[in-house]
Design a protein around this ligand. Structure first.
Ligand code: PMP
Length: 353
């Protein structure tokens, strides 16, 4: 410890979902896609010329930036790419918030990386509780003094979503504050705020290739917004890492983003399976908020989140739980294939009986 800075000693880092190697699990704990990436992405990977790895990639991930701009219907100057959306979110904190300044506002139950980033960059945070039904209290957030907001839409770990019309009303009502929409799971909902970025300069949308694109192993994410916001992200990136997106990721993600038909079909399968699994969990007595994502937040049965997690893990099924108020009565279950979800529900029935 003696060589560590005060920050390194004092900070509570984010804990990623476990990736155990001791046996093969049905992995429903980190919201990965149960289906493979697009055949176009696989083709791009096979065609990748290893000898080009001698060279650095483009510092702005230009090829990918152009492909994303085409797919999202925005200009290249409106797109920023990073090493996973976690990195894009990380860079957004120093880009848009001052250390020891007015601070950022987010919900009490949301993506727990926001509070880690805020602590890391010495940015004050104001946490607004979700309502009892797990919906966002946008009215209260609106009245909270802050320089901007982080809103995961759909939210994690609850899966609850905010529709585009309601989001537009919120964005329009806080023109002096920046609204950062973390849309990691938005493709499973289909109410993206990207159209708002063309109309409002105070919206930044952050997306990822890890979930709907089934490319979590590629580590790539991006932001869409007004060119001035994108410039702010570039300024931070170039204080940290000139080349966050490698050549392989650039080629594979650019191919993926062009294969709209494949992903539309895969996403529809996950969504229909989500609805089927939710109905089944409700019939087992679970409380399950309506989910707009690729996971379900299920709990308030006679077992705690930890007991469900441990019972399922012993049976070879991994889900996620947190030892925190409210969350400890629930587990978060990623929607798997119909077969995987079948094993999950069988094991849950055994645990509950
Ligand atoms: N936002 C949310 C809400 C998430 O759940 C995740 C996944 N842990 C991320 C962002 C980050 O995803 P990635 O870094 O893989 O793009």
């Amino acid at each position: 410890m003696e060589f560590l800075s005060r920050k390194a000693r004092g900070i509570a880092p984010y804990t990623a979902g476990e990736q155990p190697q001791d046996r093969t699990y049905i992995k429903l704990n980190t919201n990965e896609n149960p289906y493979p990436p697009s055949p176009e992405a696989a083709k791009a990977l096979r065609a990748f010329a290893a000898e080009t790895l001698r060279l650095y990639p483009r510092p702005d991930a230009g090829l990918l930036r152009a492909a994303i701009a085409r797919a999202e219907g925005v200009g290249e100057e409106n797109v920023f790419c990073g090493n996973g959306s976690d990195e894009v979110l990380a860079l957004s904190f120093p880009a848009f918030f001052d250390a020891h300044g007015v601070g950022a506002c987010f919900a009490d139950l949301t993506y727990s990386f926001y509070e880690v980033f805020a602590a890391f960059f010495d940015i004050p945070k104001t946490v607004v509780p979700l309502r009892a039904d797990f919906t966002f209290d946008l009215e209260r957030m609106k009245q909270t003094p802050c320089a901007g907001y982080y809103i995961a839409n759909p939210n994690a770990p609850t899966g609850v979503g905010i529709g585009l019309a309601e989001m537009e009303r919120f964005v329009a009502s806080v023109p002096e504050k920046l609204v950062i929409l973390d849309e990691a799971y938005m493709d499973f909902f289909g109410e993206s705020g990207v159209p708002l970025t063309k109309k409002y300069s105070n919206v930044l949308v952050v997306k990822t290739f890890s979930k709907s694109y089934a490319l979590a192993g590629m580590r790539c994410g991006y932001a869409v917004g007004d060119a001035a916001l994108i410039d702010g992200l570039f300024r931070m990136k170039d204080c940290f890492n000139s080349y966050p997106v490698d050549r392989v990721a650039e080629a594979v993600c650019a191919a993926a983003v062009g294969d709209r038909d494949y992903y539309r079909a895969v996403t529809a399968r996950v969504v229909s399976e989500r609805e089927r699994l939710r109905a089944e969990l409700l019939s087992l007595g679970f409380t399950v908020p309506e989910s707009r994502s690729n996971f379900l937040f299920a709990g308030r049965v006679r077992l705690s989140g930890r007991e469900i997690y441990q019972g399922l893990k012993a049976a070879g099924v991994l889900v996620r739980y947190w030892d925190r108020p409210v969350l400890r009565d629930f587990v978060r279950i990623t929607v798997g294939t119909p077969e995987e979800n079948g094993v999950l529900t069988e094991q849950l029935k055994k645990l509950l009986s």
